[in-house]
Design a protein around this ligand. Structure first.
Ligand code: UD1
Length: 369
């Protein structure tokens, strides 16, 4: 069985690493990786391959940054010849980015079977590009691999459950694999981040960064937390860095640093007394590390994390963010909702099973020949 993973952004490098590891010593599976090049800065891409111990992708399409339409269109154009020449049995796509949508669309047009990892996530906010990517990807993909039962319920509401199954979450697999290495880490900024005495923050969603008033409110809230509760560390995504420069913002209490690597992020997440974020992945990683999370969005696709105050939605509301930060230490207990750490194994079995049952070994190859 030949599998081609299409990835392009920071969280997708982590997710695909789990599949790389699971397929590494399996003679019956060939797994190749296409990086669209959506994230291209070394701190956003190369360091993830190094830390996760996965080989460089076989293909890098180097699409870089552009408007959503142009970026997605470029990906489609550059994916086509790769798919025609590789003729995979499966194209695997991950999460909800433009790389996800381009991968599933390019493969479907060539009648190549597709599977979506993290299927069924919904925020029900159609103004977010990620929600459009999720809806379209789940509509097209042949196999919908859900991280949680909640995601499967969402697919049921859209009558897509016939193609779906729950496998557990590959990000949880990744977390378990590197947890010890991450926690034993002595990051260069450790002295600035004593355990349980600082809060970690991230902001990168277009909803938050591209609206100057909303971004100013969030920064005001983080400054207040840093001034009145505990130091705040903000590793800053390039999108946010650009927007902070446009605002002419100079931090007074927040400590701003460059984007951090995967292991350093997990190290910081475990040491922080709470996290303030708008990232889907960080909400989950905070949950895995049992660190209370404050999500500075109006909705989340990871509703499981909201139980027992483990994650609290505040939107861009300074008073709500501050009050959630004051009560964060009372969060928990955390339930095991993201599987058993064997999601990659379950995904490979599902691909193998679906191929034998419904596709037949020759259908995919002959359709792209
Ligand atoms: C993308 C995903 C988002 C995911 C996030 C993870 C989409 C629509 N969004 O958002 O769902 O949570 O990745 O990080 O696919 N930039 C750089 N260097 C880089 C990458 C980006 O400078 O290596 C800058 C560029 O100015 C670019 C901007 O960041 O225009 C946004 O990057 P883009 O890849 O479009 O979306 P993200 O915000 O990273």
């Amino acid at each position: 069985m030949k599998i081609l993973s299409v990835i392009g952004t920071r969280p997708q490098f982590v997710k695909a690493a789990v599949i790389c590891r699971a397929t590494r010593n399996r003679a019956e599976i060939v797994h190749k990786v296409v990086d669209t090049g959506q994230h291209y800065d070394a701190a956003m891409s190369d360091v993830f391959f190094q830390e996760l111990g996965i080989p460089a992708p076989e293909y890098n399409l180097a699409v870089g940054s552009a408007s959503h339409g142009i970026q997605t269109g470029e990906m489609l154009k550059r994916l086509d010849p790769v798919l025609v020449s590789e003729k995979p049995d499966w194209v695997l796509v991950y999460g909800d980015t433009n790389s996800t949508l381009a991968g599933v669309l390019a493969a479907s047009k060539l009648h190549i079977a597709t599977a979506h990892i993290e299927a069924g996530m919904r925020s029900y906010n159609r103004s977010a590009p990620e929600e459009i990517n999720r809806l379209l990807t789940d509509k097209i993909a042949d196999l919908l691999l859900c991280a949680t039962p909640y995601a499967l319920d969402n697919l049921r509401k859209e009558r897509l459950e016939d193609r779906a199954l729950v496998t557990g979450d590959v990000m949880y697999d990744a977390y378990l694999t590197v947890r010890e290495a991450a926690e034993a880490r002595s990051a260069s900024f450790a002295s600035a981040c004593p355990a349980n005495e600082f809060a970690l923050a991230t902001i990168h969603r277009a909803d938050n960064t591209d609206n100057p008033d909303r971004l100013k409110t969030l920064l005001g809230a983080l400054e207040r937390v840093a001034r009145e509760i505990c130091p705040v560390l903000l590793p800053v995504h390039p999108r946010t860095r650009g927007m902070l420069a446009n605002l002419g913002y100079e931090p007074s209490h927040i400590k701003i640093v460059e984007p951090v690597s995967y292991l350093n992020m997990l190290y910081l997440l475990k040491r922080a007394c709470f996290v303030m974020t708008d990232s889907g992945g960080v909400q989950k990683e905070a949950y895995f590390a049992q660190t209370p999370c404050i999500t500075m969005r109006d909705e989340t696709e990871w509703n499981e994390t909201l139980e027992n105050g483990c994650n609290v939605l505040t939107g861009a509301d300074e008073a709500k963010i501050f009050s959630a930060a004051l009560s964060a230490r009372r969060a928990g207990p955390w339930r095991a909702v993201f599987g058993a750490g064997d999601a990659a194994e379950q995904i490979l079995q599902a691909l193998q099973g679906a191929r034998e049952l419904t596709l037949g070994p020759s259908m995919v190859s002959s359709s792209v020949a």
